[in-house]
Write a protein that binds this ligand. Structure first.
Ligand code: 6PG
Length: 462
């Protein structure tokens, strides 16, 4: 009998199955796509069993069965659960490792709970390579069921620099997939921040691709160390097979998306979460598909680059990245309250320290901030990040200004600056919005000098 089962053997599922096996657990694999099972069969041994029917797969597993569903999110997950249900026994554990929408996970948890089946919605990050060698895992759902699968998940997960597994129980129902959605929103934010920094480097600094590759590689060795910065350096260096130019200069500048970042924005709107950087990053992908390509190229003739351009860009990048993480954590605290979840932000930061796409040195500081104060309202209230803001704010301002003068759009760098200028500002001008609302719609307002709800008779009726 096998200890673990994986359904869906495309590259992610196959690599996760091999990862489990490589850590000393026996695994069965199944897919409705026969060639995928044949591909897994190449690795067959006593600990790895390819199976060709639903029955063969389910019956090969020891009870309670532990089954990871690693397929495309959406309807296929419901269809798979529907196929499995008649073959399962009460107490069996299903894990959905896809990028499922957390609303679907909440619904599935409740439906399966009614049938006596435990359900875990688990975010998996790290791409193909991570799946094989150590992904970051974000499991949410039934806590008792989590304890049953924890030894396998801990063995297969990436490890932090201090050897902690990048997996830990997140919370009930859809919270695991929620945290993965937020991970992806932060990912969108950092990717767009880096892209704007690249634009300033090439346009104002007039650096070559190889020079920029070096600059990013250097940053990756310092405080701003991050996987996304490391791969930026590699993307910039890569030559094209077809032309032998740098491939980056031939990649069409229209960004696609599968939608998890967009979902984060949808829920931010529902919660009223001010995730400005992440929102701008989502919209920047839309913008990249909406720009007019038939118009003449804008004439950009920036003044000579200042001597401290690279130094200031590093500081601006570091601070804007901190804002992207901050907004992600801010939305999670609002979601935890709205959906009645108890989230442990230090564990979430630790889960992201290795294996995932947004892994970075900064996550250790985020973990420490939440360890010192689990009720932290905003990361910039922590002494470490307060200092980051103080040390880097003028550089961020400088870069936004330089970019504006050069005609370079910086939606996320500007959003980061505006966020920091707003979040601690008790004098925002929304008193005017309230005055206008009350003027035209009698929507009422509150006062800053006494409690209660007020309305002004703004004009005399004729
Ligand atoms: C990860 C990635 C992964 C995937 C995204 C890409 O954590 O491993 O986030 O889940 O690369 O889905 O998302 P977009 O296609 O929306 O950019």
């Amino acid at each position: 009998m096998q200890q673990f089962g994986v359904i869906g053997l495309s590259v992610m599922g196959k690599n996760l199955a091999l990862n489990v096996k490589n850590h000393g657990f026996s695994v069965s694999g199944f897919s409705i796509d026969k060639p995928e099972v044949d591909a897994l069969a190449k690795y067959e041994d006593k600990d790895l069993k390819p199976t060709y029917t639903w029955e063969e797969f389910v019956n090969s597993l020891e009870k309670p069965r532990k089954i990871l569903i690693q397929i495309m999110a959406g309807k296929p997950v419901d269809e798979t659960i529907h196929k499995l249900l008649p073959l399962l026994d009460k107490g069996d554990i299903l894990i959905d490792g896809g990028n499922s929408n957390f609303h679907d996970t909440v619904r599935r948890s409740r439906e399966l709970d009614a049938q006596g089946i435990h359900f875990i919605g688990m975010g998996v990050s790290g791409g193909e390579e991570g799946a094989l060698n150590g992904p970051a895992l974000m499991p949410g759902g039934d806590e008792e069921a989590y304890k049953e699968v924890a030894p396998i998940l801990e063995a297969m997960a990436a490890k932090t620099p201090t050897g902690q597994p990048c997996v830990g129980y997140i919370g009930p129902e859809g919270s695991g997939h929620y945290v993965k959605m937020v991970h992806n929103g932060i990912e969108y934010g950092i990717m767009q921040i880096i892209s704007e920094v690249y634009d300033v480097l090439r346009t104002v600094g007039r650096y070559s691709n190889d020079e920029m590759s070096e600059i990013f590689a250097n940053w990756d060795k310092g405080a701003a160390q991050a996987y996304l910065i490391e791969i930026t350096s590699k993307v910039l260096k890569q030559k094209d097979d077809l032309t032998n130019d740098h491939i980056i200069d031939h990649i069409l500048n229209e960004a696609s998306y599968k939608g998890t970042g967009n979902w984060m924005l949808e829920d931010a709107i529902h919660l009223g979460a001010p995730i400005t950087v992440i929102a701008e990053a989502v919209l920047a992908r839309f913008m990249s598909k909406a720009t007019f390509r038939d118009d003449p190229e804008p004439k950009i003739d920036p003044a000579k680059a200042p001597a401290d351009l690279v130094e200031n860009l590093e500081k601006a990048l570091y601070l804007a990245m901190a804002v992207s993480y901050t907004q992600g954590f801010e939305q999670m605290t609002m979601a935890a309250q709205a959906y009645n979840w108890q989230l442990h932000y230090d564990t979430i930061a630790q889960n992201w320290e290795a294996g995932c796409i947004i892994r970075s040195e900064m996550l250790q500081d985020i973990k420490s901030a939440y360890r010192s104060n689990p009720d932290l309202k905003n990361l910039f209230k922590a002494p470490f990040f307060d200092k980051v803001k103080k040390n880097n704010m003028s550089a961020l301002k400088e870069i936004v200004q330089i970019a504006a003068e050069a005609g370079i759009p910086t939606p996320t760098l500007s959003a980061a600056l505006n966020y920091l200028e707003s979040i601690f500002n008790p004098h925002l001008p929304q008193n005017m919005v309230q005055g206008q609302r009350d003027y035209f719609g009698a929507h009422t307002y509150q006062r800053n000098d006494r409690p209660g709800t007020f309305h002004t008779e703004w004009y005399e009726e004729k």
